[in-house]
Design a protein around this ligand. Sequence first.
Ligand code: AKG
Ligand code: FE2
Length: 202
Amino acid sequence: MDLFTNQIDPNQNILPNDGTVNYFGPIVELEKADFYFERLLNTISWEHDEIHMFGKHITTKRKVGWYGEEPFEYTYSNTTKKALFWTPELMELKNLTESRTNETYNSCLLNLYHSGEEGMGWHTDDERELKPNGAIASLSFGAERKFAFKHKTTKEKVELWLDHGSLLVMKGETQTHWLHRLPPTKKIGAPRINLTFRTIKL
Ligand SMILES: O=C(O)CCC(=O)C(=O)O
Ligand SMILES: [Fe+2]
């Protein structure tokens, strides 16, 4: 079943079972969201992601940034990155996200998608450095994009649109039972920046 949420209720779990995902809709007003998009675009140390998979070396079109309260090392797809210290905007956005989600985070992975043709394939955020079942909060700026969940065993799908300035949180057993992705599309030309606040195990 495909579900498109048009009514926004942050208390509603958009997953039918095996995890919790809440969509808050936009949590910063439009002008502020435009400001953050511009600022993040110009101040984050964006780098192409180097992925080592199946013996191949791939450079993604999408760019990434990795920040945190300590120089945490984070390994995914056989690449290790060392976190840079929070920028002022990241610190503000972290505080806002913590107060809205009632959770704490110590790091943030940023993704810059230059257009709809860049996306992210099916995956779970369950790297060994992350606190098991820790909340992952996702902030989006720029082009509105579709986001999808797929249950690992039942294959059930849940889809929604992530708006400019919006917040989504994935909690509980979500990463154990569900995959998620950002599908690529030729219909969207504008760029998008996504921030996922995470907790690295100390
Ligand atoms: O861009 C997004 O909305 C999702 C990013 C994501 O899933 C990730 O960084 O792990
Ligand atoms: Fe993810």
